[in-house]
Design a protein around this ligand. Structure first.
Ligand SMILES: Nc1ncnc2c1ncn2[C@@H]1O[C@H](COP(=O)(O)OP(=O)(O)O)[C@@H](O)[C@H]1O
Ligand SMILES: [Mg+2]
Length: 353
């Protein structure tokens, strides 16, 4: 074979080889750019950039890279680690927020406590100042009762005596505000208790223009401290009296017996035909110092104290507005337990209320 021919053949082989290699290179680059890079590099990087943007703009719903974008390689590892860091950061943020919330609530409670303590000290002081003149007043009434025989004067004096006794109870109640006293409990007839509470509330002039309907079932009896329960009903009736219109005011007290899993509860409701409880007061009505009358007759403590007393009696209290207008305050108390007469009687035990 001549040398020239051999040389040409070698050139052809070289050209063919370069062409094939060139085509393979171009195909490889094409494959890399159009499939491999977009799928394994650009897509995860884009997902990471979008998630970072979401983090920076506070878009919590999109800041975690979803698993479908995370490849199983080193880039995927970086992405997973980033997800964990962000999640941990958010967890710590949430915890901090909750701690701050708790601190806020504690601060508010402390401020309330402070005000209650000052009020307790103030009321204890007032009670102390009241006791001496009250004792003098009670003594004088008793003296007069002994010396003035006219029936009309006797009636009036007895009424004064009742009012003075009530003042003494109130003054003791003021002392209870700053310290908890053990209270005697007994069976209490609620109908009579409401009559008495109304008598006290109706010392107010406005009561002469207001109708009070005591529709408490005569058999309604609860177990508790009559003075404390009286304080609750005085609070409810006084609020109602303050709310009703000055002419044709109407207040109704009524009961329903609720039997639940063999437990008997009395629902005692006081309703009025006033304007109802303001919508912004209703959700916090039992909180201390919530009042629309702070500048006149209110302290915002009436219902707070009432709730405390009702809870001490194992009951609950609720407030709502009636569909037809006016407020409805509702107390739920367990019925006084049936007492079994210990003496055996012919024909079995006597069950007495
Ligand atoms: N019967 C009612 N009708 C309308 N609003 C009422 C009634 N009872 C209570 N409220 C509202 O609830 C608030 C809180 O009552 P309360 O705790 O007794 O405090 P106070 O009477 O000293 O304001 C009142 O200021 C009033 O706005
Ligand atoms: Mg009140």
């Amino acid at each position: 074979m001549p040398y020239a021919y051999y040389e040409r053949s070698l050139d052809l082989v070289r050209i063919a080889l370069f062409t094939v290699l060139g085509i393979i290179y171009i195909l490889a680059v094409l494959l890399l750019e159009s499939v491999i890079m977009p799928l394994y590099v650009y897509r995860p990087l884009n997902a990471m950039l979008n998630a970072d943007h979401a983090s920076q703009t506070g878009d919590r719903a999109h800041e975690i890279i979803s698993a479908e974008y995370i490849p199983g390689d080193e880039i995927g590892q970086i992405m997973r680690s980033r997800n964990e860091t962000v999640a941990e950061l958010r967890r710590q943020e949430d915890e901090l927020e909750r701690a701050l919330d708790r601190l806020d609530t504690a601060k508010r409670k402390m401020a309330d406590q402070d005000r209650l303590v000052s009020l307790g000290m103030l009321s204890a002081g007032v009670a102390h100042e009241l006791n001496t003149p009250l004792a003098v007043l009670q003594g004088s009434i008793e003296k007069l009762l002994e010396t003035i025989p006219e029936p009309a004067a006797q009636d009036r004096l007895r009424r004064m005596q009742r009012v003075a006794a009530r003042l003494k109870t109130i003054s003791e109640g003021l002392l209870d505000f700053s310290r908890v006293r053990r209270q005697e409990k007994q069976e209490v007839a609620v109908h009579e208790l409401l009559d008495e509470a109304w008598q006290l509330v109706s010392l107010d002039e406005k009561a002469t223009q207001t109708a009070f309907h005591n529709r408490i079932a005569p058999e309604c009896r609860v177990f508790g401290n009559a003075d404390r329960l009286m304080q609750v009903f005085v609070n409810l009736l006084r609020n109602a009296l303050q709310a009703v219109p000055s002419k044709n005011g109407e207040i109704v007290a009524q009961t329903t017996l609720q039997i639940e899993n063999a437990e008997r509860w009395w629902i005692i409701a006081v309703e009025d035909n006033g304007p109802g409880i303001p919508a912004d007061v209703l959700p916090d009505i039992f909180e201390a110092f919530i009042s629309t009358k702070l500048d006149s007759k209110g302290t915002g403590l009436g219902l707070t104290v009432s709730e405390g007393i009702v809870q001490q009696h194992g009951g609950t209290i609720g407030a709502s507005n009636r569909p037809g207008g006016g407020a409805r305050l509702e107390i739920r108390l367990p019925e006084a337990p049936v007492t079994i007469d210990p003496k055996p009687v012919e024909g079995g035990n006597v069950y007495a209320r």
